[in-house]
Unconditional design. Structure first.
Length: 223
């Protein structure tokens, strides 16, 4: 049985690793910008950095500082097309409001509905069995229609995250699996990785992390 306190610590450590320790310079801006970017990207259209800055209420310098060490995807016009939620195909299909998008990792599919405030239908293949894991994630109802019901999700140890290569160190290893047995070899290649039933991971780690992203500690006005 997993320790709820330990799981909550994982969520807190993930937040600190990705956005910085609470009350440190720039921590609130990074979280705030990602939250705004996700909501804009959920509309299915690229967003210009200027539009993101204006919508988030930050200046150019704050935007550049907050996004300097990320894996943000841009189109040939310099517009953002992916930051966790992306128009660029990945294994993780994320359908929201009839728009086909993708996410960088399996846990993203569980996090983003809460952040953007809309339900999403998810499809993602088990890398071992190739079984397609399907589920719906709703900000209020949580996880429904999970198939297969035995599906699990892998969660990286926050201590293994390289903040200069978030996608490679955090996103790429985090996948859905049809069963816990199907995840064993994958887990053995990533020491410290947790493999949890999808609903359990959502309740104990993912939802607390998503709710932490909703805390409005971002800038109050442009510099």
């Amino acid at each position: 049985m997993n320790n709820p306190t330990a799981d909550n610590t994982v969520a807190a450590n993930l937040c600190e690793k990705l956005f910085g320790a609470p009350n440190t310079v720039g921590a609130g801006t990074r979280s705030h910008l990602l939250r705004v970017a996700l909501r804009l990207l959920a509309n299915g259209e690229p967003i210009s950095p200027a539009h993101l800055a204006a919508t988030a209420g930050v200046c150019k310098t704050e935007l550049e500082n907050a996004t300097a060490s990320t894996d943000i995807e841009y189109d040939d016009q310099g517009r953002i097309v992916g930051w966790g939620l992306t128009a660029v195909p990945t294994p993780h299909r994320f359908t929201v409001n009839g728009k086909q998008l993708y996410t960088w990792c399996a846990p993203d599919t569980l996090i983003f509905p809460t952040v953007i405030g809309h339900a999403a239908d998810i499809e993602s293949p088990c890398p071992t069995t190739r079984t397609i894991i399907r589920l719906t994630v709703d900000p209020d109802a949580g996880i429904t229609a999970l198939d297969p019901s035995t599906a699990v999700v892998s969660i990286v140890d926050p201590g293994d995250i390289d903040t200069h290569a978030v996608r490679a160190s955090l996103c790429d290893p985090q996948r859905f699996f049809a069963t816990a047995d199907a995840a064993r070899d994958w887990q053995s290649r990533h020491p410290g990785m947790r493999v949890l039933p999808v609903a359990e991971a959502y309740t104990s780690i993912i939802r607390p992390f998503a709710e932490a992203m909703l805390v409005d500690n971002g800038p109050r006005g442009c510099c």
